[in-house]
Structures are given as C-alpha cells and as structure tokens.
Design a protein around this ligand. Structure first.
Ligand SMILES: [Zn+2]
Length: 115
C-alpha cells in the first residue's frame, strides 16, 4: 500500500499522490519514520494554509528537522481536491517535541519574511 511521506497516511493502491499535501506517495515509509515511531509529535503554530505549511516543511527538511503536515481540511473527496482549494484552510506542522523550539524559530523567521 502506498504511503504519504509527509502525512504518513496509508492510501489505496490506485492513489498516486497525497490528496492532503500533494506529495508523491511511496511504497513504504522510510526508516526515518520507523525510528521516529515513539517520538512525541507536537504541533507548531497553525498556518493559514497547506501552501505555507509545505514551504516551511521544506526548510525544516533542509535543517534536518523531521516533520509532517497535519491539515485540518478533510480528505474525504480523495483525488478531487486541487492545491488551490487548500487556500484558507488551516494547516499545522508536526515536529518532534525535542525540536519544537528550533522549528518554531525557523517558521517565525519565514512568516515574517512573507509580510
Ligand atoms: Zn500527504
């Protein structure tokens, strides 16, 4: 079964990309996630949309902070939702509790640049 590397959701075989974050699905979750199974995940401050969340998640990746996007937008209509529909929906980035402060600082930096 394919998984989303960001959301860690499992999807049916026909689904090729994640309806929540549009990431390409992978066959198995990488070891990174296996080793993080027992980690306590905490949410950063909510963001005004998945677009922002994805942008920040990318920078967190570059800083080697494991993360995934938790969208409060339902994923019921699988495959129908497009990226544009996510505008205005709230999204949260989940990070390991031990890295929250660092991740939040990076996110605050980035959100300031946006204004
Ligand atoms: Zn996803």
């Amino acid at each position: 079964m394919p998984f989303c590397p960001n959301c860690r959701y499992e999807y049916v075989a026909e689904v090729k990309s994640c309806p929540d974050c549009e990431a390409e699905l992978i066959d198995e979750l990488p070891d990174l996630f296996e080793s993080l199974k027992n980690v306590k995940w905490v949410a950063l401050r909510p963001l005004p949309g998945v677009v922002y969340a994805k942008m920040i998640a990318e920078v967190l990746d570059q800083n080697e902070i494991p993360n995934y996007i938790h969208s409060l937008f339902g994923s019921g209509a699988m495959g129908v939702i497009t990226g544009a529909d996510f505008a205005g929906s709230e999204a949260k980035i989940m990070v390991p509790e031990t890295l929250k402060e660092k991740a939040q600082a990076i996110m605050d930096d980035m959100m300031q640049e946006e204004e």
